[in-house]
Design a protein around this ligand. Structure first.
Ligand SMILES: [Zn+2]
Length: 235
């Protein structure tokens, strides 16, 4: 009886350890089982990539005009479903010369999903991005940064890059000045910053982005797109 209890204890510990490892793997920003994943690049150049997730939405004009004021190109990870609803907004992003990435069609967690589902999520969004006249190579960012086996497997098979981030002010802070301070304290050359201005109705996020642009430029940083950052990585 005692031995049986000890065995079940060991089994429970193993199951917990496996569940914990899977959880860590699902959320890892710079490790996955298959293919390239990039959360930042190692470089001495003071470069940084500003990336926006979700949308496009009616906020697009305000975001583009801010980036234009600072003469900065950013990378927009668009949701297929949103793009379908707002193709004009997406086209504006492409026409302004920003990079567009694939953020899946439905923005569901790409964990424990069938290969057919994953393929559809990526390819339908690729088609929608192509439909707005975007011709550059399309990098991919999983919703919530979550992936386990099927998603990286599919991307690796198709030689696609998975892009995450190393700075995520929105996760930790709500006030613009706190977000700016966090970025200022944690920035290093080759960083990828994630922000979410598309569904913000307060103007708070745009204010944070403007202050981040100003602060990092004052520190001598140049803003680049993800594709430009990957070129630096490969040099
Ligand atoms: Zn998202």
């Amino acid at each position: 009886m005692k031995r049986k209890l000890a065995y079940s204890g060991i089994v429970i510990v193993i199951i917990l350890a496996l569940a914990f490892s899977a959880y860590k793997l699902m959320n890892a920003r710079n490790y996955q089982l298959f293919g390239n994943i990039t959360s930042h690049v190692e470089t001495n150049d003071k470069v940084v990539a500003l990336t926006f997730d979700d949308g496009p939405t009616k906020n697009t004009d305000a975001i583009l005009s801010l980036l234009d004021d600072y003469q900065v190109k950013a990378t927009f990870f668009l949701i297929g479903k949103d793009l379908e609803g707002q193709p004009k907004e997406a086209r504006k992003i492409a026409e302004a010369g920003h990079q567009i990435g694939n953020h899946t069609y439905s923005h569901k967690r790409m964990v424990l999903k069938s290969p057919a589902f994953i393929k559809h999520e990526i390819e339908k969004t690729d088609d929608l991005i192509a439909d707005i006249g975007y011709t550059e190579s399309i990098v991919v960012r999983p919703p919530y940064g979550k992936k386990l086996i099927g998603f990286p497997y599919y991307l690796n098979k198709h030689k696609r890059e998975t892009i995450t981030w190393n700075l995520e002010p929105d996760t930790f802070f709500t006030q613009a000045d706190e977000k700016v301070r966090y970025v200022k304290e944690n920035i290093r050359p080759g960083s990828i910053i994630l922000m979410h201005p598309m569904y913000d109705s307060t103007g708070n996020e745009l204010m944070a982005i403007e202050e981040i642009l100003q602060t990092l430029m004052d520190e001598g940083y140049t803003f680049v797109t993800i594709n430009e950052l990957l070129t630096i990585k490969n040099d």
